[in-house]
Design a protein around this ligand. Structure first.
Ligand code: URA
Length: 203
């Protein structure tokens, strides 16, 4: 936990970009040190900025209801964002802000070592599924270096546009099957070593 706490302290005092001068509190993220699932959103909003915690506003409430559908609470997962400080008026993050903040997220991935990463919305999807369309690939999985990534719509999009609600619910409902499949693969014995070449014997 020490490393994660050190990282949190760095984020809270970060002044690498302009957002440091407009934020109230930076929002490093939170969750168990070795959570099996990491959820990555976009950037803190008003409530997150006030409290220094991720997903505590309306989108967060919806996210908690999605987790409850699959028998989880927010305490079971690691929740963070691509951008650790609120952009003024919740504007879209700027390219240099994304660039400067990315190392924090990469360190979080390296410390938490989640098996499954759920990207919420376009900005976190772009980290892994560059140039993809979320409408086409939401709910699919892609495994890179042993980590399974699942892109999903942002919960806030589902709040504003009801047609996304059933899509994100259906994507979340598949997570237990994905975890079970990973368990099954981890439990199955490794493939046998190839047999050594037969020894030639003259007897
Ligand atoms: N939206 C996000 O992407 N992240 C938060 O923490 C809250 C709302």
């Amino acid at each position: 936990m020490e490393e994660l706490e050190r990282l949190n302290r760095e984020v809270r005092s970060c002044r690498l970009c302009r957002l440091a001068s407009t934020r109230k509190l930076a929002v490093p993220g939170e969750g168990p040190e070795h959570a099996r699932i990491m959820l990555i959103g976009e950037a803190p909003g008003y409530h997150e900025d006030q409290q220094g915690r991720p997903f505590v506003g309306a989108a967060g409430q919806f996210l908690e209801s999605l987790l409850a559908r699959i028998g989880l609470t927010r305490r079971d997962v690691f929740i963070c964002n691509v951008i650790k400080c609120r952009p003024p008026e919740n504007r879209a993050p700027m390219p240099d802000e994304l660039e400067l903040c990315r190392p924090y997220l990469i360190r979080q991935l390296g410390l938490v070592k989640p098996e499954v990463v759920i990207t919420l919305g376009r900005y976190s999807m772009e980290l892994v599924f560059k140039g993809s369309s979320i409408s086409k690939i939401h709910g699919t999985t892609r495994t890179i270096d042993g980590v399974t990534y699942i892109p999903m719509f942002h919960p806030a999009a589902a709040l504003h546009q009801p047609r996304y609600r059933s899509l994100i619910e259906a994507d979340f409902d598949r997570v237990p099957d994905i975890l079970q499949e990973l368990d099954r693969r981890n439990a199955s014995p490794p493939p046998p070593e190839p047999a050594p070449p037969e020894q030639l014997s003259f007897f």
